[in-house]
Design a protein. Structure first.
Length: 150
């Protein structure tokens, strides 16, 4: 009787691509007054959740498009034929416009070693409507696309 050894190899990858999702908290600036001498500020949040294995490298970028204005210099909220200038920033001092990394804008680029399970990171979004805009009262709005690349 001959015995033929059979070896079965089970291949489990040591690393795989993490699965990431984002959650954006919308924010409202509130009531803008053209007579005000101070800018109107608001804060929102973008949360990124990535599921990975312990020690796995996770890296990604977060970009925000121009919205309806087509420009990072001054995004615009629209109400009928009227436009209200505003912008979104990476920092609380509101000095770095959050964009796609082009035309003088910045974006989030983050990387870290995963812990087992879900890894959550939050990124505040700082908004500002500048003063001295002569616009009528109305519900101004804009729609933006947040892009997570990993």
């Amino acid at each position: 009787m001959k015995i033929i050894p059979i070896v079965i190899l089970l291949c489990i990858p040591l690393s795989s691509q993490a699965i990431c999702t984002l959650a954006v908290t919308n924010f409202a600036f509130g009531v803008y007054s053209p007579a005000s001498y101070t800018a109107l500020d608001a804060t929102g949040n973008i949360g990124i959740s990535c599921d990975g294995i312990a020690g796995q490298g996770i890296s990604y970028t977060l970009a925000i498009n121009t919205g309806s204005s087509g420009s990072f210099v001054s995004r615009k909220m629209i109400y009928g034929p009227y436009a209200l200038n505003y912008n979104l920033y990476l920092n609380a001092a509101r000095t770095t416009i959050w964009g796609d990394g082009n035309v003088g804008t910045g974006m989030v680029a983050d990387g870290y070693a995963s812990i087992a399970g879900t890894n959550v990171r939050n990124y505040p979004v700082y908004g500002r409507i500048p003063v001295n805009q002569a616009v009528p009262v109305g519900n101004y709005n804009d729609s933006l696309v947040v892009t997570l690349t990993y």
